[in-house]
Ligand binder design. Structure first.
Ligand code: S3P
Length: 433
């Protein structure tokens, strides 16, 4: 992938109108790619994520022996390795993708061979002790570089583990489940807050058995996986940018078809409703236990109210917080975010970058260690936005720019392609000027 940085100019809009269908969910695509590549047989996925992150997972799994093809109809076809990866003599490049690195660590720890996982500059700054610790407790030989990538794993037989995650994280939970899948005995992950459950649903879809309780999940290993055919639901975290954009303009009308509405991900719809947007979910269906539906948003001429996002809500909305904070100035009563310290160790320090970029646009904002206060009733002007190479910052401020006075320049706009390469084209399609 090219490392050249690109700029994008975003002009103010009058309205958001139209109907869109979005590319596949990033979290589900990672899991389908990893499990399909590990399973017995040939899997096929339609509407697979078009983002660079999921391409990183596919290329790592390819290096580990899976065969990956793109079919003429756009589907991805994967011949799995049947539970045994091929040793590789070069590092596996996880690019910008924390999900790839953390989940693949669990998959590889019980395999035969020595594996090195590397990532780009941003990923090499992110904390990896959270996966090293439980895997080491299972008996894995895993070393980090000062708490970060590069990670070296010398595959070995593991022991089952009962583990409570200190910071609730779906990536860490998934890492342990993937190790537990291949380990004799009963491995349990407990979490104080419920995190997204795509791994649990995907493992079951591929034929694994697991037991779920309110705050824990248990897998009895070893188990084998069988290939599946699946359609990946549209990405709700990508939809969030369009829903928030629509919410900014009284008179918007937007329909998003085929969106993933897994209850562990759909909190955004409740928050936007509480803020005053009118949201309808239509044609709800299920695909491999993932809910999929059409989301319709219209807005109230009275505009958006106010809200506080903290506790469990902050954890569930973690990927949507940048865009919610970025539209905070356009609410009447502001948006407060707390208990979201994890935002500081995402692809960038998202608390610092949201605060800095809101200020660049002329907004008043208060930064806390674990969140932000963004007062409402503010007018913003166009500005130069530093995305910090973070896809969600680039897209969040493209949304805020729609309601600013004058043009906004997004620096590092190419980073949107990490999760959503089509973002700017689709925004042009639905933004009425
Ligand atoms: C993800 C889990 C979350 C989220 C990330 C995707 C996943 O990270 O922020 O974008 O697919 O499991 P954490 O597990 O670090 O909370």
């Amino acid at each position: 992938m090219s490392t050249a940085t690109q700029e994008r100019i975003i002009r103010p809009a009058r309205n958001i109108l139209g109907t869109l269908r979005l590319p596949g969910d990033k979290s589900i695509s990672h899991r389908y790619a990893m499990l399909g590549a590990f399973a017995d047989g040939t899997s096929r996925f339609s509407n697979f994520s078009t983002g660079a992150d999921c391409a990183s997972t596919l290329s790592c799994m390819q290096a580990l022996g899976a065969r990956v093809r793109k079919l003429n109809d756009g589907r991805i076809e994967i011949d799995g390795v049947g539970g045994h990866v091929t040793p590789v003599d070069h590092p596996l490049d996880c690019g910008n993708s924390g999900s790839t690195m953390r989940m693949i660590s669990g998959l590889l720890a019980p395999q035969q061979g020595t594996f090195t996982l590397i990532g780009d500059e941003s990923l090499s700054r992110r904390p990896m002790e959270r996966v090293r610790k439980p895997l080491a407790e299972m008996g894995a030989s895993i070393t980090l570089t000062d708490g970060h990538a590069p990670i070296t794993i010398k595959g070995t037989q593991l022991r089952a583990l009962d583990y409570t995650t200190p910071v609730p994280s779906a990536q860490v939970k998934s890492c342990i489940l993937l190790a537990g899948l291949q380990t004799a005995g009963s491995t349990t992950v407990r979490e104080s807050l419920r995190t997204r459950d795509h791994s649990e649903l995907a493992l079951r879809a591929f034929g694994a058995e697991l037991t779920r309780a309110i705050d824990s999940v248990t897998i009895n290993g070893p188990q084998t996986l069988r290939a599946i055919e699946a359609a990946v639901p549209g990405d709700l975290s990508s939809a969030a940018f369009f829903l928030c954009a629509a919410a900014l303009f009284p008179g918007s009308g937007l329909i998003l078809d085929g969106i993933g509405l897994n209850p562990t991900r759909a909190t955004l719809l409740d928050v936007l409703t509480a803020l005053g947007a009118r949201i309808a979910v239509l044609q709800l269906q299920e695909s491999h236990s993932e809910l999929v539906g059409t989301v319709q948003i219209t807005t109230d001429p009275q505009g958006l109210g106010s809200t506080t996002i903290s506790g469990a809500l902050a954890a569930q909305l973690i990927d949507e917080l940048p865009v919610l904070a970025a539209i905070g100035p356009f609410t009447s009563g502001g948006i407060r975010v707390r208990d979201a310290k994890e935002l500081r160790v995402k692809e960038s320090d998202r608390i610092a970058l949201v605060a800095r970029n809101l200020r660049a646009m002329g907004a008043e904002v208060e930064e806390f260690e674990d969140g932000l206060d963004v007062p409402g009733g503010q007018r913003l002007h166009g500005a130069v936005i530093d995305s910090g190479g973070d896809h969600r910052i680039a897209m969040a401020f493209s949304v805020a720019a729609l309601r600013a006075e004058g043009e906004t320049l997004i620096q590092g706009a190419e980073s949107a392609a990490i999760s959503f390469p089509e973002f700017f084209d689709l925004l042009d399609l639905v933004a009425e000027r």
